[in-house]
Design a protein around this ligand. Structure first.
Ligand SMILES: Cc1cc2nc3c(=O)[nH]c(=O)nc-3n(C[C@H](O)[C@H](O)[C@H](O)COP(=O)(O)OP(=O)(O)OC[C@H]3O[C@@H](n4cnc5c(N)ncnc54)[C@H](O)[C@@H]3O)c2cc1C
Length: 394
């Protein structure tokens, strides 16, 4: 593994894209920079959900094409195989946001478990992600959040059914040698998600982490929680799987806290979130004997810091102990250059019906519309690569 990685090698970054794909990506990122066009895309997306407007085709040909691997599992497997040619792994992410009934939750559990089995057989080494809000109603998860055991009998039975579903997914993952990432969601239900995930880690993470929890480092209580996970893993003798993200719901969390007249659980500034993320990277890598880590970020500074910490704390078998991950459609400069330098790097690869992917797409569109340095960087890189290719054939 190279310690001196150039994350800006554009030839490597866009090696999987032909000229047409490169120009398409540039075009979509340009659109996302214009507030009016972004509003139009978001309105189309909302129209599909709320009014069943026939706008799927427009979304399918634009942001869906950029941020999702397709509508079917076969579409997703085609992308997995393509990325594999560049040593970039995949995290198969079945998107099913919005449907709220027990039939849908059972169906989602079956789809995720059968995806795990197929992935284990056809593409070993790749991963699966799980959103627990796709296996139970978020309103129910919020209701039982923080309680030891739900009090009412019907809630208790419903909770046990949820644990059964998650256990079925985790045991299938363990049998199939597929690592799974359990996503972090709204703070108001995160305690119950943490509790169930800890139980799964204790059961299945004996020699290595089969199950990963996700920590949103924009939350001001997460470093304390990370230290608790380290202590638990040491005492109970298992490997904790920790996926670190900054967190996707800043405004939502602040608004939810304000509505309840409570202090915001999110740091007040980006600098505090960055410091918390980088501190967590170091805690994880320092405790590599009991923690397997996934650094899930598009922030180049944090990636380089993780590489420095691998060296500093002499992490053995770093390919398996430390993973890097980015979202499909974003920051190919990081994913492809890290993979080329020998690091375990993956893309989160959503697939599913367009209608059910809308909330995910809106999050990505909003994330990429901020005039923050990173998105400007994405556009500049794409423009430079288009220019570089033109010059190369002169
Ligand atoms: C592989 C992968 C998996 C993911 N899984 C999850 C998941 O399970 N759950 C989840 O919530 N998100 C998840 N995300 C999304 C992730 O949280 C966002 O992509 C991420 O926040 C963007 O941050 P960044 O690390 O790329 O760096 P940057 O772009 O440097 O940071 C942007 C982030 O900083 C934080 N921030 C910005 N402004 C402020 C401010 N004023 N105050 C405080 N904090 C601020 C926010 O978290 C914002 O998203 C995932 C991302 C990846 C790459």
């Amino acid at each position: 593994m190279k310690t001196n990685v150039n994350l800006e090698d554009l030839k490597i970054a866009y090696s999987a894209k032909n000229n047409q794909e490169l120009k398409f990506t540039y075009f979509i990122f340009c659109i996302l920079q214009f507030p009016r066009l972004l509003k139009l895309l978001t309105a189309c997306a909302t129209g599909i959900i709320n009014y069943r407007l026939p706008l799927q085709f427009f979304i399918k040909k634009t942001i869906f094409k950029l941020f999702c691997s397709g509508e079917t599992l076969d579409d997703a497997f085609r992308v997995i195989k393509k990325l594999d040619n560049y040593k970039v792994l995949s995290v198969l992410d079945y998107v099913s946001e919005g449907e709220k009934n027990q039939v849908a939750y059972t169906k989602n559990t079956d789809i995720i478990t059968s995806n795990i089995v197929r992935l284990g057989k056809e593409s070993p080494g790749n991963f699966v992600s799980v959103k627990i809000s796709g296996l139970e109603d978020p309103a129910f998860l919020e209701k039982i959040n923080g309680r030891e055991i739900p009090v009412e009998l019907s809630d208790k039975m419903r909770f046990e059914k949820l644990v059964e579903r998650i256990d079925h997914i985790c045991s299938t993952a363990a049998k199939s040698n597929v690592v799974i990432f359990i996503d972090a969601e709204d703070r108001c239900m995160q305690d119950v998600l943490d509790k169930i995930t800890e139980q799964m880690m204790e059961t299945y993470n004996k020699k290595y982490a089969v199950v990963f929890n996700t920590l949103q480092m924009y939350l001001n209580d997460r470093l304390e929680y990370l230290n608790f996970l380290v202590k638990e893993a040491k005492e109970k003798k298992y490997i904790s799987g920790v996926k670190l993200v900054r967190g996707a719901y800043v405004e939502k969390e602040r608004a939810a806290a304000a509505a309840k007249n409570k202090p915001s659980p999110v740091f007040d500034t980006k600098a505090e979130t960055d410091a918390s993320f980088d501190a967590a990277v170091e805690v994880c890598l320092k405790n590599h004997s009991v923690i397997d880590t996934c650094v899930a970020s598009h922030n180049a500074k944090s990636i380089l810091w993780a590489i420095e910490c691998i060296e500093k704390h002499q992490v053995p078998d770093a390919y398996h102990k430390v993973r890097f991950s980015q979202l499909y459609g974003m920051s190919d400069n990081l994913s492809f250059n890290l993979a080329a330098a020998g690091y375990n790097t993956s893309k989160y690869l959503p697939y599913g019906e367009i209608k059910k992917a809308i909330p995910y797409l809106i999050r990505r569109a909003e994330e990429n519309s901020s005039i923050s340095g990173q998105m400007v960087g994405e556009l500049t890189r794409l423009k430079n690569e288009i220019y570089r290719r033109k010059e190369a054939i002169k």
